[in-house]
Design a protein around this ligand. Structure first.
Ligand code: ZN
Length: 410
């Protein structure tokens, strides 16, 4: 499927080598090499040299900026923890644990505050660049830290750059912001921060919390009092493939965006839904993920005045999946899509082989998985016995009427 519009538009990509300092440990799944190899692949394929693309250096967010969505006490404790050794000696394990730090998921390291604030600063700068009109699309593939809560770290995420970007655009005058989370995991942090805010529509499609961290995000979680319908969750069965995920997305997202009519679209493109990602149990392909990026571009164009902030997120197959997925994301945002069958450049393969210790024949050869992407449209009917359709219908029944939509026919 071709997008309705692939005109190149002014596009910014947030990047600086300092983003590689977001590094919990040698063995932690959130490996900075995934960012390094994404940047390198986009560079080797010429994506960053496209005439409408500008690479911007992300600044570090200040404490005052971070406090737009985080408690001051939390920021202070993250700062203190960063001064300590990896065992958190000094702050006390209990005080660390209260804010979700010193755990297997979020161990302490010396650049914890500064590197997290750099990611956040990237999304804040992206928000400002979008809202000012300097750029129509901005990509911060180091961002998408969607599990961070107002008062605690969670799931490899310290500061919630997605929420900070959304809040910044509200503060600058946006009346409605839509956030669509395509990570394998529920976007619980972003949802919780805007739970009571009817100006922010959060939509998360993820592997069901029955099977996967963080264990939340079900159809009847719809937002707080006065904001009912502003939180939308599709909890998909473990093992869902491209066809199932794309069917769910197309049965929920465009309808809600049309009804909500946001000023700007923020999307989170965690690529841990890939079949070879070690942390989740979905079965997406790079081809399916690329289709979701084309869809996101279309949604921004059709429903959000062509203002689009695209973020990264999860992704724990750093050699095989992440660089290809997010290079597609940058290229699609820029309006210079990379062909699915494009061969991976030799120089990139050499770097990936060196970084991974893998032989060349263990690395992918092209920018796709050679999977045919298709899905059944909701308009052709739904199957009450199909688990994906049951999840989709539960979500449509829970929120569509709150947006003036018909769960059966829209
Ligand atoms: Zn994830």
């Amino acid at each position: 499927m071709q997008p309705t519009n692939m005109e190149p538009v002014p596009t910014a990509v947030m990047w600086d080598e300092s983003l590689l300092r977001y590094r919990f440990s040698d063995t932690h799944p959130m490996a900075p090499v995934r960012l390094e190899l994404t940047h390198a692949l986009a560079g080797h394929l010429g994506v960053l040299d496209a005439p409408t693309v500008t690479v911007l250096t992300p600044p570090m967010a200040t404490d005052e900026q971070l406090s737009a969505v985080h408690d001051a006490d939390y920021i202070q404790r993250v700062r203190e923890a960063s001064q300590l050794d990896a065992d958190g000696e000094g702050l006390g394990a209990e005080r660390l644990e209260e804010i979700g730090l010193g755990t297997d998921d979020c161990p302490v390291f010396s650049d914890l505050h500064s590197s997290s604030a750099r990611i956040a600063g990237g999304s804040l700068a992206a928000a400002e660049a979008l809202w000012s009109g300097d750029y129509q699309h901005v990509v911060n593939f180091a961002g998408g830290m969607h599990h961070a809560h107002r008062e605690k770290a969670s799931g490899f995420c310290i500061y919630n750059d997605a929420a900070l970007a959304i809040q910044r655009m509200l503060d600058l005058g946006a009346e409605r912001v839509a956030y669509v989370d395509l990570d394998a995991h529920h976007g619980d942090g972003v949802e919780s921060i805007f739970w009571d805010d009817p100006r922010v529509l959060t939509v998360s499609l993820h592997e069901t919390g029955v099977a996967l961290f963080p264990g939340t995000g079900f159809a009847n979680d719809i937002g707080g009092t006065g904001a009912e319908g502003s939180a939308v969750n599709v909890a998909l069965p473990a093992g869902s493939n491209d066809a199932a995920y794309l069917r769910a997305v197309h049965a929920v997202v465009p309808q809600l965006l049309r009804a909500f009519s946001p000023d700007v679209l923020v999307t989170q493109h965690g690529c841990d839904g890939h079949g070879r990602d070690p942390l989740a149990d979905l079965q997406l392909s790079v081809d399916g993920q690329r289709q979701l990026m084309l869809d996101a571009r279309d949604w921004a164009y059709d429903y959000a005045g062509d203002r689009w902030l695209a973020l990264g997120g999860g992704g724990y197959s750093p050699f095989d999946v992440v660089p290809r997925a997010w290079t597609h994301l940058i290229a699609i945002a820029a309006g210079h899509p990379v062909a699915r069958a494009e061969p991976l450049p030799d120089a990139w393969l050499a770097l990936a082989s060196q970084r991974s210790g893998m032989d060349l024949d263990e690395l992918p050869e092209t920018m796709h998985d050679a999977v045919d992407v298709w899905w059944r449209s909701w308009e052709v009917g739904f199957d009450p016995a199909d688990p994906t359709d049951q999840s989709v219908m539960a979500t449509r029944k829970a929120v569509f009427p709150l947006h003036g939509l018909d769960p059966w026919f829209d």
